[in-house]
Design a protein around this ligand. Structure first.
Ligand SMILES: NC(=O)c1ccc[n+]([C@@H]2O[C@H](COP(=O)([O-])OP(=O)(O)OC[C@H]3O[C@@H](n4cnc5c(N)ncnc54)[C@H](OP(=O)(O)O)[C@@H]3O)[C@@H](O)[C@H]2O)c1
Length: 163
């Protein structure tokens, strides 16, 4: 493949990508575009892990808007309290709360489950959203000392050990 035809193929891919983005933006602007309408979900309980930020936050807020009892599982108390406050304020749903859960620690997960069970409420929806994205890359946790991944470990981001 010549350099010119490779460049032409790459340009075509970018053009299609740009067209899709423009079409999506236009679709949002067109009259008649409506978000899907879901029925109210009163008396339903949802757990959203990582509900303090990004997709998890948006999910927790939407479920709260539907009237669900939403429990945000997260490992940052300050940030979670702020998220809970904002969601309550914006959805007028008081049944939004935070339970500490560091998903990088099995002990913390077990404690989270125990605390949830103590509430004696059912669970209808579990959104396993939390994860370390490249944006939230962390230093290795002491709770994964046995990690011996030969490459960068996706769970604890331990870099490749020197040979
Ligand atoms: N955004 C994308 O383009 C994309 C694409 C594909 C898949 N995903 C997946 O979608 C999910 C959400 O993505 P996002 O972009 O919304 O991520 P985000 O904005 O970084 O949010 C991640 C959430 O997970 C929490 N979290 C991270 N590690 C945790 C741990 N050990 N224990 C408890 N909570 C923890 C974070 O809490 P703190 O910030 O308080 O630490 C945060 O609330 C992730 O699973 C991601 O892999 C995202």
């Amino acid at each position: 493949m010549s350099l010119l035809s490779a460049a032409r193929a790459a340009l075509r891919v970018y053009a299609v990508g740009a067209a899709v983005v423009v079409a999506q933006l236009l679709r949002r602007r067109l009259p008649g575009f409506a978000e899907p309408v879901f029925p109210r979900q009163l008396e339903r309980v949802a757990i959203v892990t990582g509900g303090t930020d990004g997709i998890g936050y948006a999910t927790a807020k939407h479920l709260a808007k539907l009237g669900m009892h939403v429990i945000i599982g997260g490992n940052n108390k300050g940030k979670a309290e702020e998220a809970v406050r904002k969601i309550k304020e914006e959805t007028l749903n008081d049944k939004v709360e935070f339970l500490y859960c560091d998903l990088a620690s099995m002990r913390s997960i077990q404690q989270f489950v125990q605390r949830f069970k103590m509430k004696k409420i059912p669970l209808h929806v579990l959104v396993n959203n939390a994860a370390a994205t490249r944006r939230t890359r962390r230093t290795p946790r002491a709770s994964w000392p046995w990690c011996s991944s030969p490459t960068t470990c996706r769970r604890c981001w331990r870099p490749r050990a020197a040979p």
